[in-house]
Design a protein around this ligand. Structure first.
Ligand code: DC
Length: 219
């Protein structure tokens, strides 16, 4: 049993990052955002002028990724905002469907736990990376609510309607859950948390209560 990992998986837009960050702060755990690892691989390959699709294993071996208590280091330094650009997001999605990249990042992710409590968010943490995680949460929200939040945060193309954003989210959900490599699905033993009608604080409290219960049982 990997007693020090809280795995939070779920579709894009369910609020994983805000929730995972808040839980880590509240409980004093390290927050590991695995999406940024895929983004960092894409960014590093692009900087090196290497191919993203298909990725060459030799190019991957030159990339050094490490999760310290204070964040991600790419080849020894903080990549900062470079990972949040649309190019890094698009590149991440290209590299994330390749087995060589997923295998490379599997080890990086497992190493980052290193016997300390971590909250790790992603798509396959409870199913592939830490199938023995102490707590597994599958965080979701309705496509309508995720579209509404996206609109509210202005993370949509100019002029897009709510219906269009919702349709796009439903299309991506279908792609993600039916892709051949590491499809998005809840682990059999994950607790499903639907945040459609919950505030951020309510979602964080609900998950912290699940973590507290689990830790109490293990003492
Ligand atoms: O959560 P995000 O937008 O930062 O993720 C970037 C990309 O990486 C996205 O296409 C999904 C993919 N990803 C993945 O396949 N597995 C993970 N554990 C995390 C992210």
């Amino acid at each position: 049993m990997s007693t020090t990992v809280v795995a939070i998986d779920g579709p894009a837009g369910a609020g994983k990052s805000s929730v995972a960050k808040a839980i880590a702060r509240k409980l004093g755990f390290t927050h590991v955002n695995t999406g940024s690892l895929y983004r960092a691989v894409a960014y590093a390959l692009r900087c090196a002028g290497a191919s993203l699709d298909p990725v060459d294993k030799k190019d991957l071996e030159k990339i050094k990724l490490e999760y310290t208590g204070s964040g991600l280091l790419l080849n020894g330094s903080d990549p900062g905002e470079a990972l949040r650009t649309p190019e890094s997001a698009a590149g991440a999605s290209l590299v994330a469907k390749q087995i060589a990249v997923r295998e490379f990042l599997l080890e990086v992710q497992r190493r980052s736990a290193d016997n300390r409590w971590i909250v790790m968010e992603g798509r396959d943490i409870g199913t592939v990376i830490f199938p023995d995680a102490a707590v597994k949460i599958f965080l979701t929200a309705s496509a309508f609510e995720r579209a509404r939040r996206r609109m509210e945060q202005g993370e949509v193309p100019a002029g897009a309607t709510l219906e269009e954003v919702q349709k796009e989210i439903e299309k991506r959900d279908l792609q993600d859950s039916t892709r051949a490599v590491a499809p998005l699905k809840a682990a059999d033993d994950a607790v499903l948390v639907d945040s459609s009608e919950l505030s951020l604080d309510e979602t964080v409290d609900a998950i912290c209560a699940i973590v507290a219960e689990k830790r109490k049982c293990e003492r």
